[in-house]
Write a protein that binds this ligand. Structure first.
Ligand SMILES: [Zn+2]
Ligand SMILES: [Zn+2]
Length: 184
């Protein structure tokens, strides 16, 4: 069962949805809430996010900036920005440890490779084989691909783009659906 203790006032709560409403009234900071939801005793030195996880296992949280709508960001990116610094625009933050919910910055690295749209697709890589796994799209390529997207379900068109840029169809789909290169 879900249990969360506020690191500031030490009140306990039994539902993740209580956290957001509590933090509006408590002077706990978002960073304190973040670390209270990280398990630093996971195997292999991983720091696992215990909150919401996306489809491929990456932790996700709403970042609240006063006066703005909450924005969903990835937990490992948030941890990196807290402990290391800003992530360059358009860059991916990848895992060395192959454990998507891990937020340990020591297990992450900044990469600009689009191959498989970052490590979240590693599990599906076998579908396309290892070919082109070192191919890199540039931001100009991404803009060009998006400026003239193939029609939905046009499988041949995605394959043709993949061949043109020397990457996997998965990488093209990731660009088109903005699972990668979100900042462009
Ligand atoms: Zn509190
Ligand atoms: Zn890790």
């Amino acid at each position: 069962m879900f249990k969360w203790t506020c690191p500031s006032c030490e009140r306990t709560f039994d539902g993740p949805q209580c956290i957001g409403s509590h933090t509006r009234h408590c002077d706990v900071t978002q960073a304190e809430v973040f670390w209270s939801r990280v398990n630093k005793n996971a195997p292999n030195g991983c720091w696992e996010w215990t909150g919401y996880r996306q489809k491929f296992g990456h932790g996700s949280l709403a970042r609240v900036t006063p006066g703005q709508k909450p924005r969903y960001i990835l937990a490992h990116r948030y941890a990196w920005e807290l402990l290391v610094g800003p992530i360059p625009s358009g860059a991916c933050l990848l895992h060395h440890c192959d454990n998507p919910p891990c937020v340990n910055p020591g297990h992450c690295y900044v990469g600009d490779r689009i191959d498989n749209a970052a490590d979240s697709y590693r599990r599906r890589r076998h579908t396309w084989g290892e070919r082109n796994s070192s191919a890199i799209l540039t931001s100009a390529d991404v803009l060009e691909i998006r400026s003239n997207p193939p029609k939905p379900r046009a499988r041949g068109a995605v394959k043709a783009l993949a061949a043109k840029y020397g990457v996997s169809p998965l990488a093209i789909n990731a660009v088109l659906s903005r699972r990668s290169w979100k900042l462009i």
